[in-house]
Design a protein around this ligand. Structure first.
Ligand SMILES: [Zn+2]
Length: 78
């Protein structure tokens, strides 16, 4: 019975402390993103796109980025 009450009190303490801990964690500065959004140029239509969203194609060891699948296909075709 004693153990049960201890467990119960611990549960109550955790529930009460959790919002406090969350507040402290959210206040802490966030680490910078390892991969910042970088702009790359589509060689087909000369449009700048965000690297993370660009269509990526590797051609002869060279990575090229395109705004869409269509541009990637056009580049490969000619
Ligand atoms: Zn394009």
């Amino acid at each position: 019975m004693r153990l049960l009450s201890i467990v119960l009190w611990m549960a109550v303490a955790i529930v009460l402390l959790l919002p406090l801990v969350r507040r402290l964690l959210s206040r802490a500065p966030r680490p910078p993103r390892s991969l910042p959004d970088e702009l790359v140029k589509d060689p087909v239509c000369q449009t700048y796109i965000v690297k993370s969203r660009a269509v990526r194609r590797t051609n002869a060891g060279q990575v090229r980025y395109f705004c869409s699948e269509e541009c990637a296909r056009l580049d490969a075709g000619g």
